[in-house]
Structure formats: structure tokens, C-alpha cells
Design a protein around this ligand. Structure first.
Ligand code: HPA
Ligand code: ZN
Length: 354
């Protein structure tokens, strides 16, 4: 339905545009088909007759925003229970990165949730081994560069977050940054001050979720800036409701990883007007898929043409949104320079092609 509104030229432009995404949960890339297959090989009987019934079960719509996040998270955590072995994490990662190659996503920062695995008896070493092998295949065979973000589950006790960071020391060289995800209600950023102080002292880059339209969302964004001292905010769209937050985020060059994702019941990308406003106010906005295995919006190549049309973004503005991602990425200057060069070349060719 959405795609009939997107003309051929727009689709062609997006297909070739060099892309990055900074906000994608690798566990949230698990598709119903892959989930079904991994369950079968691990001897897990899912309580659904077939893949169609399984897909239908991922119905996390709710009329009001706060319970929407909780319903979504219930579907997300149910889904990842099938992930048990290094091979599961490898296959998950390779599926996602093969699609990145096909859609010209040249760089991706993959969030992962160690506590959601260790708490069900899956060793961190198994998770890390699978992710490392998937990323190696991504780099060597698919030409996609990645980094990892260890996300703290904010709805779990703080001491388990500290344990997760302590255990992650063995894999320090594989992990670029720390994030904060899961249920935001009653779990404000300030709860994790000590965890972020520890992470900062260990040299991690720092981001945190401030999910859209959550209660206390502006206060949470303020805490991320003042207490956690993050350099990026995942989502953070409600910042535009507070001019002081906008000024400060702009002055500090905070990158916002927004997600105009949509669900089966939606007929168009969500949040686009507000993302457009952030962009027009000079905030460093990026576009991301968050959980492409669960959302109808899917992967970057599918999502972006509809977002471009819905938001009235020009070709140059779409390129700038990708430049924002390359600039906000946690990569060295050599890779950044190369990626920005690819965008420049693409836009020159596109301009010459008219
Ligand atoms: N928000 C919070 N936690 C999450 C999300 C999200 O969008 N996806 C996976 N964990
Ligand atoms: Zn997220």
C-alpha cells in the first residue's frame, strides 16, 4: 500500500544510496522464518501451528503509547528465547548483514542484550562467539563493517548491569559502546548513573534509549545529557517539545537515532513529522530500523523510500541523513572519510545523471 506511492526514481535513488544504521537490535532482526528454523534445530516446540500463526502472534499493537512499548517488548523477548548457541547468533547476524549488503548499508552498529541471554542460561561467551563469527563473515564476505553496542536492560536490577559490564571485560576489544534499552517506565536514566560512570572509565562510547512518548520522556532526555553524559540518544524525538533541550543537544552535537518504523496496522511511517522537525531545527538526526524482524517497516531499503515520501525529504536531504549517521558513527577517521567519500561520489553521479 505504501509502496504504490513511491515512484521509480525515488526507489532507484534509495537503492543505491550508501547507508548506515546506528540503532538496530540484532535480536530484533530475527524474522519469523529464521525463528521457526532455529527453534526446530534446537528442539524447541513453539506454541504455534506454523510460521503464519507465529507471525500473527507478534501482534503488539496497543492504543496507548506506554503499554505499546511493553507489549512490543513481550513479543521481542518471547522471540529471542530460541537463541541458544553460537551458531544461532552467527546466523542471525549473517542474515542481517547479507541484507545490508543487498541494500547498500555499508556500516551498522549492532545493539545486543547480554542480560536477556545470560538470565536464561545462555553463556555470554556463546553470544560473543556467534556475533564475532557473524561480523567476520560480514566484513570479509559481505563487505559490511560493524561495531557492537552492549545494551543494559533498564528494567533489571542495577547490580545485574554492573555484572554484565564486569563479565564483558573479557570481550572488551569487541564492544564499542554501551546503551540502555527495554522498559523505560519507572526506570529512568539516573538509575544507571554508576553503571555509566563505570563504562566511561573503561573507555566505552555512550548512548541510551529515550523511547517515543514515554511518561517523563523529556526529563529522561535531560538525565541522559546531564547524568549519563551520553553522546547519542536512541529515539529522543520528544526533545523537540522543549526548546532548551533542542538548544543543548544542538550545541553538544548529540546524534539522535530515530526510528520511523511502522506496524502491520499502520498505513504509513510513524513519527515522520516530528523527525522532519528535528531535522529542520538543525539536530543531528539519523534514520534507523530498530527491530526490522518485528516491524512491518522492515529493513532500511524497504523503510527509507516511504519515509522519504512521507517526510517530504529531498534527495539531498536523504543523503544528509546518511551523512549524519556516518558522522555520528563510532568509527575511526579513516573509515569515516571513506564512507563519506562514497556518499559524495554517489551524489555527484546522481547530479550528473539528471
Ligand atoms: N525500545 C526499548 N527496548 C528495546 C527496543 C526498543 O525499541 N528494541 C529492543 N529492545
Ligand atoms: Zn531500540
Amino acid at each position: 500500500m505504501i509502496f504504490t506511492q513511491v515512484d521509480q526514481r525515488t526507489r532507484h535513488f534509495i537503492a543505491g544510496l550508501p547507508k548506515a544504521e546506528l540503532h538496530v537490535h540484532i535480536e530484533g532482526t530475527l524474522t519469523p522464518t529464521r525463528r521457526w528454523e532455529i527453534a526446530a534445530r534446537n528442539g524447541i516446540r513453539l506454541p504455534y501451528a506454523d510460521i503464519t500463526a507465529l507471525t500473527a502472534s507478534m501482534d503488539f499493537e496497543a492504543p496507548d503509547a506506554p503499554t505499546y512499548l511493553q507489549k512490543f517488548l513481550a513479543a521481542y523477548y518471547e522471540g529471542i528465547e530460541v537463541l541458544r548457541t553460537p551458531e544461532d547468533f552467527r546466523d542471525l547476524t549473517v542474515d542481517y548483514l547479507a541484507n545490508c549488503r543487498d541494500e547498500r548499508v555499508l556500516y551498522a552498529e549492532l545493539s545486543f542484550d547480554p542480560q536477556a541471554h545470560t538470565s536464561r542460561g545462555v553463556a555470554l561467551a556463546a553470544v560473543m562467539e556467534g556475533l564475532a563469527e557473524g561480523r567476520r563473515i560480514g566484513r570479509q564476505e559481505l563487505g559490511v563493517e560493524t561495531n557492537l553496542i552492549l545494551c543494559i536492560n533498564r528494567d533489571r536490577p542495577v547490580d545485574t548491569a554492573v555484572s554484565a559490564l564486569t563479565e564483558a571485560r573479557k570481550f572488551r576489544d569487541q564492544i564499542m559502546g554501551i546503551g540502555l534499552d527495554s522498559d523505560e517506565l519507572y526506570n529512568p536514566p539516573a538509575k544507571f548513573r554508576a553503571v555509566y560512570d563505570l563504562a566511561r572509565s573503561e573507555g566505552y562510547r555512550l548512548t541510551a534509549h529515550c523511547d517515543v512518548d514515554q511518561p517523563a520522556t523529556r526529563e529522561n532526555i535531560r538525565q541522559c545529557l546531564d547524568i549519563l553524559k551520553v553522546e547519542r540518544i536512541d529515539h529522543g524525538i520528544n526533545a523537540i517539545e522543549d526548546p532548551a533541550l533542542v538548544d543543548e543537544a544542538r550545541a553538544r552535537g548529540i546524534t539522535f537515532t530515530t526510528c520511523p518504523t511502522w506496524r502491520q496496522i499502520d498505513t504509513a511511517p510513524r513519527r515522520v513529522d516530528r523527525i522532519r522537525k528535528m531535522y529542520d531545527q538543525g539536530l543531528k538526526v539519523t534514520l534507523n530500523t530498530d527491530d526490522p524482524g518485528l516491524f512491518a517497516s522492515g529493513t532500511m531499503g524497504k523503510m527509507l523510500p516511504a519515509v522519504m515520501v512521507a517526510g517530504g525529504f529531498t534527495f539531498a536531504e536523504m543523503a544528509q541523513l546518511m551523512i549524519n549517521a556516518f558522522e555520528g558513527a563510532w568509527i575511526d577517521d579513516g573509515l569515516r572519510h571513506a564512507l563519506l567519500g562514497r556518499t559524495r561520489e554517489y551524489m555527484l553521479d546522481w547530479g550528473n545523471d539528471k
